[in-house]
Write a protein that binds this ligand. Structure first.
Ligand code: FAD
Length: 415
């Protein structure tokens, strides 16, 4: 039997108040469930840099009534551009609602997305729905329920276990719940590509709502998009950039590892285009973070009895294709729907049966057939040289096929 000093028992205990955990809290609250969220951080601040909410995830957040708040903070992305490293345009596409999606693509600071979710949880579920400064170190379960084993973050003091009918590990890339379920899982797989991220205040480029992908990993690839409008009253935007470069060297996987400009800026030293001065953009960054492009093999199972996983805890993926947050948000909607079934264990099993294969295909697609595969194709076909006419390198049909290949795979995970 599990013993707990907690008198008020939640239906569902959510471990981790990140993007997935907070979305799940809102979904379950909307379905009338009692929810408790445990978060290791002592304070929930606006951390991270840029993130994209793809239309399939925007739909879920819009149905939670969050679109006005998100749109007020984010940039609604309209255009997708692909360039080679000489600044020659390979392809343009219309994104979001302009591309017949019902909902927009939002480019947003992770801190802004997190703030909107956090505020909604506090408004709707009350100030005690999230317990911060509580580290979950594992769980016990029996026929009657599940208990999270917890410690105070500040001093490691054991706290009374927290009981519920179900426990969902939304505790991100270093998930303690995943570790208990899969104690012998191997280390993350390094893809051979390292990533540096940052934000810079700069004038709008290419219409002010464009996501640019340029170059290729061997000699340097960049993804650039604005995430906040008019940050200084003079029309400048906060521009998010992500530089990726093949290199054997990499640090351990952590979202907040500081990076050095000089470790990668040489690869972009001559990227001075009429639409953007890339070396200046990088040099004027407010801060630089480093992250290795790693992921983990899809798991053979996510849960056991009354326990399951969601978001990065369930399916850590290479952060490419804007599906890290999107898939966590889709998981949350699916779990709410399956939990309508009264038998908790069956509900979690059905949730896993729907979402594990769907997200596994996204993890594998991010490794092998990334969303910017047309950049690789042009890099290889031109031998990394400038072209006279892109139609002599790759036809519009071929490009469309490559783009659709990734979309179909991730849309397979779409509901
Ligand atoms: C600090 C931080 C910065 C990030 N910055 C970016 C970024 O700039 N760009 C980007 O694309 N993605 C970023 N991410 C990742 C991104 O949020 C996720 O990939 C995606 O949104 C999926 O969300 P998630 O809820 O699964 O994981 P996350 O959003 O990572 O949330 C996991 C949560 O669980 C908490 N937690 C972890 N362990 C425990 C424990 N043992 N007990 C209790 N709580 C625990 C964490 O503190 C965190 O709040 C960041 C994540 C974090 C935590």
């Amino acid at each position: 039997m599990i013993h707990s000093e907690d008198s008020s028992r939640a239906d569902v205990l959510i471990v981790g108040a990140g993007i997935g955990g907070l979305t799940l809290a809102l979904e379950l609250h909307a379905a009338g469930r009692q929810v408790q969220v445990l978060e290791v951080a002592e304070e929930l601040g606006a951390v991270g840099v840029g993130i994209n909410v793809m239309p399939h995830a925007t739909r879920v957040l819009a149905e939670l009534g969050l679109l006005p708040a998100l749109s007020a903070m984010a940039v609604t992305t309209r255009d997708g551009y692909y360039f080679n490293r000489f600044g020659q345009q390979i392809h343009h596409e219309t994104l979001g609602t302009g591309a017949t999606h019902a909902y927009p693509q939002l480019s947003i600071h992770r801190g802004d997305l997190h703030t909107v979710l956090l505020q909604a949880v506090r408004d709707r579920l009350g100030p005690h729905a999230i317990r911060t400064g509580v580290k979950c170190v594992g769980f016990n379960q029996d026929r009657d329920g599940v208990a999270a084993l917890v410690e105070a973050t500040a001093d490691g003091r054991r706290l009374p276990p927290v009981r519920a009918d179900a426990l969902v590990g939304c505790d991100g890339i270093h998930s303690a719940i995943r570790k208990q379920l899969h104690p012998n899982e191997g280390a993350p797989v390094y893809s051979g590509v390292n990533m540096w991220r940052g934000v810079t205040v700069a004038p709008p480029f290419l219409g002010g709502a464009a996501m640019v992908r340029a170059g290729w990993l061997t000699t340097g690839k960049l993804v650039i998009y604005p995430i906040r409008d008019n940050v200084d009253g003079q029309g400048n935007q906060l521009i998010n950039w992500v530089a990726e470069l093949e290199t054997p060297a990499h640090k351990a996987r952590a979202w907040n590892t500081p990076g050095e400009l000089t470790d990668f800026s040489l690869a972009f030293a001559d990227w001075k285009f009429d639409w953007l001065d890339v070396p200046a953009l990088l040099a004027q960054a407010e801060s630089v973070l480093e992250y290795p492009m790693v992921d983990q093999d899809p798991l053979p199972f996510w849960g056991e009895g009354r326990v399951t996983l969601l978001g990065d805890a369930a399916h850590p993926m290479v952060p490419r294709g804007s599906n890290g947050a999107a898939q966590a948000i889709l998981d949350a909607r699916a779990l709410r729907e399956h939990l309508a079934e009264p038998d908790v264990e069956r509900a979690l099993a059905h949730y896993e049966a729907e979402r594990r294969p769907a997200t596994s295909s996204v993890v594998l697609a991010n490794r092998a057939t990334p969303p910017d595969a047309i950049l690789r194709e042009v890099y290889e076909r031109t031998g990394d040289r400038a072209f006279d006419d892109i139609s002599n390198v790759i036809s519009p049909d071929e490009m469309e096929k490559l783009l659709q290949q990734y979309r179909r795979l991730t849309a397979g995970a779409d509901r």
